[in-house]
Design a binder for this molecule. Sequence first.
Ligand SMILES: *Cc1c(COP(=O)(O)O)cnc(C)c1O
Length: 496
Amino acid sequence: MNYISTRNKNIKISSAQAIKQGISEEGGLFVPDRIPSFTIDEICSMTDMSYNERAFFVLSKYLTDFSKDQLSYCTNNAYTNEKFSDCKIAPVVELEKGFNILELWHGPTCAFKDMALQILPFFLTASIKITDEDKTVCILVATSGDTGKAALEGFKNVEGTNILVFYPELGVSNMQKLQMKTQEGNNVNVFAIKGNFDDAQSGVKKIFIDENIKDELEKRGYMFSSANSINFGRLCPQIVYYFSAYCDLIEKNKIKPGQEINVVVPTGNFGNILAAYYAKLSGLPIKKLICASNKNKVLTDFINTGIYNKNREFFATSSPSMDILISSNLERLLFSLYENDDKEVLSLMKQLSEKGEYKVSDKVLKKLQESFAGGFANEEETFNTIKYIFDKYGYICDTHTAVAIKVYLDYKEKTKDDTVSVIASTASPYKFPDNVLKAVLGEKADLNDFELIKKLSDVTKTEIPAPIKELESKKVRFNNVIDKTEMKKAVLDLLK
Ligand SMILES: *Cc1c(COP(=O)(O)O)cnc(C)c1O
């Protein structure tokens, strides 16, 4: 199987090359040239498997140039009980008949980003071998919170790699900042930037395309790569857990083999829900993909009207990882809906960058709506949902998951569609203790971060995840605050 660019399908490369490169040179995203398929029998054969084995089974059809040994090395080392606090890795919790939560946050940083960023470093080291690359790969990350920490944890002490994370000094939560400042590992570096997330992001992009830096680092034996969800290596591990959830439902007799389910995903950059779409194209019986947005509901509008318009007010919400107006992975969906028409995708992306808006054809809108439904939750609804779910089921969820649950309940009410549903839960409530506690108690508690998590634990009778609890006693290793103009120098100084 080959990987082709969404903006020029004549560019054909192997999966290892796609993972190493991250993004195509003309700005397109790599996608498989055909989607592999799974029969219902094959899917059922996974019910008896561990998460690792399921991951191996699914990924072997996507990463065809990896040897069996290489791939099983990746899956076995990524999804261990040392790194994940739940033995099922991604457990499914049933709140009520047909209403299931897929918990994706039992990894080392307590967000779903771990599901992909724990395995991406292994993919990358394998890809370096497969493509005969002799350079050390330097991962540059600009983060607004979750991605930076998850990438640091994934890449720490991984041979042949080096990771540098830049975050906005004032743009991340206290807990997220502390998670990054205390990062351990001999190949990691963290910088706070005097500026906002956009400054960090554009600084990193500038370094990526700076020919002088590239040449200089090549001489020193380094090359750059990306750990963002534009990298297909970050996307494919996310396909796995939808298969795994389906198998768990069969195993628990909640569905029969072949029976359709609905999947609900709290969405930002469209990576997670796109993985569910690929699972559906691969033969997993998914009826509807329900795309949940917060107040930044650009995707809800797109699914309902076929018009994507980013020219609108931006809201900072209590579900910050979904505060996004340009969902970059939507490009991969468009490529699929337009039946791999790269010219059409190029034209739409050009309209997006020039006018901030585009409209898909009626035919494509119809196809979109056959597979997807979209909805959103505002701030009040998000807080009310956390409380409602806690009061009714004794289950505590984070703000992002609450958005998805609200959209699911609305969808069910409106359509009377009572298909068995799986809601992707993307973060531990302990990553957002102030807002979660405020939702449960009805008012903001005047406590510091560690008092907040203790209180949340007392009130909800749930355990504080170890990686969050440990932060209190961890040594701060990175206190660097640099000007955004110093990013290039920081990179050159570090990579000696
Ligand atoms: C990144 C993130 C999301 C959004 O996922 P996408 O793949 O970007 O759509 C949702 N919730 C949490 C907690 C996240 O960290």
